[in-house]
Structure formats: structure tokens, C-alpha cells
Ligand binder design. Structure first.
Ligand SMILES: Nc1nc2c(ncn2[C@@H]2O[C@H](COP(=O)(O)OP(=O)(O)OP(=O)(O)O)[C@@H](O)[C@H]2O)c(=O)[nH]1
Ligand SMILES: [K+]
Ligand SMILES: [Mg+2]
Length: 465
């Protein structure tokens, strides 16, 4: 597989890529890494500057000597570079033709165009970072909110990987004790004492794992972006609210009930974070629905199902009706805001309050989609509820594969704990479950990894990283 040409037997080749995005800009950065990086760059620039010193050079065609561009050269010698190899950076003018000509010259000078994520993969293979940190780098680049950036930085700086590695080491210790027979030393010692100590230790380890899962889970949800659905009876003003909250004209608004049939999606920004707002068809009792309306209601239900929070919209003074109310309360843990719209007609002041809905209190907001009154309170409610729904303070940027590994480890530890609690001295089985948990944790940091796993991880990176 080309992606891993540098690994295994044989020599390591030297790779290059533009580190800045395609398009036009003031400066484009091209990076080279590998044992031949100095020689290859030197064929374009002549003598390289001393390490970490920026110097101006002409970038020449290695064959004809034509000056392709003029810019800054930087050398980062191995091992104290991003990849752990010799790295040379060329900073040229940020135009597509300039970048193309430099990349072509580097290829002819003996380099190979890097695969997506290949620089970071080399950093991992050379021990510059663990896998969770490498994936944190990808999360940092993908982050488009302040909260996601912070979570990614925590992972890049190694907090996630370190906690996972510490727990893995604790599991290894516990397993070593078991395998050495220290818990159940001889026939005279009552077996219950050893059993109880083992059970206590396993409880503690599971608690630590639970904390890690909570923080990784919260980070994963952050990276997913959250969805909020507008639901309610026809003509309540759902589409008007979608437009007002997203400052768009995405949804058709009309005085005719049943205007919205398809689900309309639009991005709203709340506290610097993008969330997806869904406008849905108005809901009436099934008996009154005609064919298209029924399909609209089905789509509304499906969208509401997966939403992280619901805005239940009614006209001020009206009831939501059983269909909308049932949908709003279908998942008790999910935040619901009851919106009383069109207060411009009654002159009621905007603001938040509390009202019973299906027997439990929910927050209610008095708003006007027309004047915008009360919409700030809706945004604040969204910010607070979605933060709470993400759970855990100080989340770590994490991917789905991390959550899977943590869930598997939790299952294995749970099994170990059950065996320990059974009162049977099944040391081998407990040790075996601990080993499985440890292995799954090792997959997060890369202590345990396979070529296949690395391929999947790094191929999702952008080129030049
Ligand atoms: N006075 C007043 N009228 C509003 C307000 N919001 C919406 N309307 C009007 O109410 C009617 C219905 O608005 P829509 O936004 O289409 O309502 P909807 O809930 O999306 O309706 P359906 O898609 O048919 O279910 C339109 O005539 C809107 O102009 C408001 O805040 N004040
Ligand atoms: K309407
Ligand atoms: Mg509508």
C-alpha cells in the first residue's frame, strides 16, 4: 500500500506537500520530510540556512535553473522536528501556479508527494506523539467552534492519551498481581479477603474508566455538531422562527396551514458554535391529514427523533395538541423549550418562564418571530441546554473508534468485576478480561496498533498534515 511505503523493510523515502490550502493567498508553505529532505530542497534553493533560521532564497528549477519563485527557507533537523525526521519548509508566494511549479520541481528533485496525514503518521511512528495526539491534530484542524478547539488542544497536548495510558498501566499492574497469585497466597488465608480486595480495585479502575469515557464522549459529541428540531402544530410560526434564528430565508412562510412538507435544514450560530436547525411540517391529528401531509408528519417525526433538543412552537395561548406534545416528550432526558410565538399580537412582554407540559415542568419562552422579541432568550436557552447535553466538563477531542475501544474496555472490566464478585477464584478468567481491557485501551494511544488501523486513521487527514 502506497500509504505505508516508508514502513517495514527497506529505506524511508522523502515526502513533500503543500501545507497551506489550495487557492490564492499571500504565502504558501510547502513542507518536505525525510532523510533526503535537505538534499532535495537544496537542489532548488542552494545551500540551506542554519537550523531554524529563516533565510531568503531563489527557488530554482533543478534541471534548467530557471527561478520559479523566491521565498523563505527553514530547516528543522531530525529528531526535533514535527515528524522526527529532517524537515525543510519552503515559504513561497501563495498562487496555484507557483505552488504547482514548486511541487513539480520537488518531485523531479527526488521527492514523493505525501499521502493525506503522512507527516503526522511519521510523527507517530517516530514516537513524537501517541495516536490520540495525532488524531487531536486532525480534530484541531477540523474544529470550528471555541469549545471544539479547546477539546482538541487538550488531546493534542496529550491529556487524553496520558490518562488512558495510566489506566492501562494500572490494569497491567493488577493483572501482574493476579498472575503472580498474590491475591490468594495460600490455603490458610481466607479467600474472601483477597476476593474483596480484588473487587475493590476493580471498582476503582472502572470508576476511572467511567470518567475517561464521559470526557471522551462529550468531546465526540462536540465534534458532531448538534441538531435542534422545530416542531408543533400548523401555522404556529416554525418556519418564521427558523428564518429568524438562522438569519436566512431558507423556509417558505405563508398564511396557509401545511406550508412546510419537507424538512428544511439551516445552520444557526449559538455562542460561536454551529448547530443544525430543522424546520418540520406542522402536526395535526392523523385523522385530519391528507396524503402529502402524512408523509410530512412522518419526516417531521424522523427528524425530531434524532435531534439533541426540541423547540415546541405554538401560537401564544394555544395548546400544542397531542401529536406535537407526544413528540416533544418522547425522550424524557432531551431538553424541550416551549415557544409561545406571535406575542406582537397581544403585546405580552418577551421572556422565559416555566409551564407544565404533559405533567412535567418545561421552560417556556414568549417570543415574536416577526419582531425578534425574545429570540435572544431562546439562543441563551439553546446554549445552556446543549452544553449540559454534551455532558462532562473539560472534554477531550475523541473519535468514534475511541468510544468503541472505551466501551469494549468497560465491558471487559465489568466482566472481570462480575467474576470477582461471584466468589469463585477464577484468577485466570479475571486476568484474561483485564488483558482484553488493556488491549483496547492500547488501541487508543497506539501502544497496540495495526497497519490497517493506521491506514484508516491517517487517510482521513488532509494532505500536507
Ligand atoms: N403576527 C405574527 N405572525 C406570525 C409570527 N410568526 C409567524 N407568523 C405568521 O404566521 C403564519 C404562519 O407562519 P409559518 O412560519 O409559515 O408557520 P409554520 O408553523 O411554519 O406553518 P406550517 O409550515 O404550515 O406548519 C404566517 O402568516 C406568518 O407570517 C409572529 O411572530 N407574529
Ligand atoms: K404556514
Ligand atoms: Mg412551516
Amino acid at each position: 500500500m502506497a500509504h505505508h511505503a516508508q514502513r517495514g523493510e527497506g529505506r524511508v523515502d522523502s515526502i513533500f506537500a503543500a501545507a497551506t490550502p489550495p487557492g490564492r493567498g499571500g504565502v504558501a508553505v510547502i513542507r518536505l520530510s525525510g532523510p533526503e529532505a535537505r538534499a532535495i530542497a537544496g537542489r532548488l534553493t542552494g545551500a540551506l540556512p542554519p537550523p531554524r533560521q529563516a533565510q531568503l532564497r531563489a527557488f530554482r528549477d533543478p534541471a534548467g535553473g530557471e527561478v520559479l519563485d523566491r521565498g523563505i527557507v527553514l530547516l528543522f533537523p531530525a529528531p526535533a522536528s514535527y515528524t522526527g525526521e529532517d524537515v525543510v519548509e519552503l515559504q513561497g508566494h501563495g498562487g496555484p501556479a507557483v505552488v504547482r511549479s514548486l511541487l513539480d520541481a520537488l518531485r523531479r528533485a527526488g521527492g514523493r508527494l505525501a499521502q493525506p496525514g503522512e507527516f503526522t503518521e511519521r510523527a507517530f511512528l517516530n514516537g513524537r506523539m501517541d495516536l490520540s495526539q495525532a488524531e487531536g491534530v486532525a480534530a484541531l484542524i477540523e474544529a470550528d467552534s471555541e469549545a471544539a478547539r479547546r477539546a482538541a488542544m487538550r488531546s493534542v497536548e496529550g491529556a487524553f492519551g496520558q490518562r488512558v495510558a495510566e489506566l492501562g498501566a494500572a490494569l497491567a499492574d493488577r493483572r501482574a498481581r493476579l498472575e503472580a497469585g498474590l491475591d490468594f497466597p495460600d490455603e490458610e488465608e481466607p479467600a474472601e479477603a483477597g476476593q474483596a480486595a480484588l473487587a475493590d480495585d476493580l471498582d476503582r479502575l472502572r470508576e476511572q474508566l467511567g470518567e475517561i469515557r464521559a470526557r471522551a464522549g462529550a468531546g465526540w459529541r462536540l465534534s458532531q455538531g448538534q441538531r435542534v428540531a422545530l416542531v408543533g402544530p400548523p401555522n404556529a410560526g416554525k418556519s418564521s422562527l427558523l428564518n429568524a434564528l438562522t438569519e436566512s430565508e431558507a423556509a417558505i412562510v405563508a398564511a396557509t396551514p401545511g406550508t412546510t412538507r419537507d424538512v428544511i435544514r439551516e445552520t444557526a450560530r449559538v455562542a460561536g458554535q454551529a448547530l443544525e436547525l430543522l424546520d418540520t411540517a406542522g402536526l395535526r391529528p392523523a385523522a385530519e391529514q391528507e396524503e402529502v401531509e402524512r408523509e410530512g408528519a412522518r419526516r417531521a417525526r424522523a427528524s425530531a427523533e434524532g435531534a439533541d433538543a426540541l423547540l415546541l412552537v405554538v401560537e401564544e395561548g394555544a395548546a400544542p395538541g397531542p401529536e406535537a406534545e407526544e413528540m416533544a416528550l418522547s425522550r424524557p432526558e432531551r431538553p424541550v423549550l416551549l415557544i409561545r410565538n406571535k406575542i406582537d399580537r397581544s403585546g405580552r412582554p418577551p421572556g422565559l418562564g416555566e409551564e407544565p407540559l404533559g405533567g412535567r415542568p418545561v421552560t417556556a419562552a414568549a417570543v415574536s418571530a416577526h419582531t425578534g422579541a425574545g429570540l435572544e432568550a431562546v439562543r441563551e436557552w439553546l446554549e445552556a441546554s446543549l452544553q449540559a447535553a454534551a455532558g462532562a466538563e473539560e472534554p477531550w477531542a475523541a473519535r468514534e473508534r475511541h468510544l468503541e475501544a472505551l466501551a469494549d474496555a468497560e465491558q471487559a472490566l465489568g466482566e472481570a468485576r462480575r467474576l470477582a464478585g461471584d466468589g469463585e477464584a477464577l484468577e485466570d478468567l479475571v486476568a484474561d478480561a483485564l488483558r482484553r481491557a488493556q488491549q483496547r485501551l492500547g488501541a487508543i494511544t497506539g501502544a497496540v496498533s495495526s497497519e490497517d488501523l493506521l491506514d484508516r486513521i491517517f487517510s482521513s487527514f488532509c494532505i500536507g498534515k
